[in-house]
Design a protein around this ligand. Structure first.
Ligand SMILES: NC(=O)c1ccc[n+]([C@@H]2O[C@H](COP(=O)([O-])OP(=O)(O)OC[C@H]3O[C@@H](n4cnc5c(N)ncnc54)[C@H](OP(=O)(O)O)[C@@H]3O)[C@@H](O)[C@H]2O)c1
Length: 312
């Protein structure tokens, strides 16, 4: 099968196309013929030697990627049979191996792809959507009327977070640059803040929950607009080390989270996609042989919604 291996940590030139044997599957796993792969900042971070690199460095070969949508070709699980269309985030934070023609996946990381959602949009709604879901539902337990501030609301995680928070009945404020204001409002945000021209503390207040996808000073600025006792979850690892202490010093709750694979929650996301309560906005689709270009686009940090790469 065709696969893209990471020869060494570094530039996109280390993503090398090779032929590998089709993976075998263990009990509880399925073999997926990959139709679409979504890429995330963690793919780029790991490629350059950060992100999940420390965990993967002794693997041989290293195959990046966690987010897939595809067709089951063989199954050793009672949950899925050959021919089923499935999607999910495979083995995160472990070794996903999604940049391949075929991938072996634990059935407990997958859900059936809704028939009315194309593979590109299903592949997109995996790591980024699960992160938003786990932050808003599992951790923050957002309820009707909560004032929720979503940073980087036009990005992968943010654009799902806005839609999920609205679905939960929250009042949602999203940040982005001015050029993406209409996009953020189209997702259902009640208010938009242009972070390039507006100071956060002049633009909003009384926030119950912040989803921070930026880190650093953005944490300090967010704490200034939160209610006493409110919660901030910060997701960019390496830029959020002090969130707990900074929040506690001001009478708030703050902590980082790390998304994890969860097929039950993929089913929740599948239901929202199927009903139209959330939608994947895929701004760019690359061919399988354009993975380097896809990485270069993602690492600009300007992605609107998601970037997807087609299966081989
Ligand atoms: N801990 C976890 O489990 C976890 C899970 C997922 C993601 N993450 C991390 O979370 C971060 C975001 O991930 P992502 O997939 O959403 O990234 P992404 O899709 O690449 O985010 C791109 C978006 O960020 C916006 N942006 C950049 N700087 C901004 C700022 N200062 N204020 C507001 N918006 C800004 C851009 O909007 P403009 O073009 O308008 O600036 C762009 O739309 C990454 O660091 C990622 O590694 C962590």
């Amino acid at each position: 099968m065709k696969s893209i291996v990471l020869k060494d940590f570094g530039s996109v030139d280390n993503l090398v196309y090779v032929e590998l044997p089709v993976p075998s599957i263990n009990d509880g796993e399925v073999l997926i013929r990959v139709k679409a792969i979504s890429i995330n900042p963690v793919d780029v971070k790991t490629r350059i030697g950060k992100g999940r690199a420390a965990k993967l460095k002794d693997e041989n070969p290293i195959i990046l990627g966690w987010d897939v949508s595809g067709i089951v070709k063989a199954s050793k699980s009672d949950s899925f049979k050959e021919g089923d269309e499935v999607f999910g985030m495979i083995n995160f934070p472990g070794h996903g191996k999604a940049y391949s023609e075929y991938v072996a996946a634990p059935a407990i990381h997958l859900a059936l792809k809704p028939a009315n959602v194309i593979h590109e949009e299903a592949a997109a709604a995996t790591l980024a959507a699960l992160t938003a879901w786990q932050a808003l539902v599992d951790h923050a337990k957002i309820k009707k009327g909560d004032r929720v501030l979503v940073h980087a609301a036009a990005g992968g995680v943010g654009h799902y977070a806005v839609q999920i928070a609205k679905h939960l009945g929250a009042y949602v404020i999203g940040t982005s640059s001015a050029g993406k204001k209409d996009f953020v409002l189209s997702l259902g945000a009640d208010e938009h803040i242009d972070y390039t021209s507006q100071a956060l503390e002049d633009a909003t207040n009384n926030i119950d929950f912040v989803l921070d996808a930026i880190g650093g000073e953005n944490i300090d600025n967010s704490l200034k607009v939160m209610k006493k006792g409110a919660t901030i979850i910060s997701i960019p690892s390496g830029q959020n080390d002090a969130v707990t202490e900074k929040a506690a010093a001001l009478g708030m709750v703050g902590y980082p989270i790390m998304v994890h694979s969860d097929g039950k929650e993929m089913k929740d996301i599948a239901a929202l996609l199927e009903s139209g309560a959330i939608k994947s906005h895929v701004s760019q689709v690359f061919e399988f042989d354009q993975m380097k270009a896809a990485h270069l686009s993602l690492e600009t940090g300007k992605t609107q919604g998601k970037i997807v790469v087609k299966g081989y």
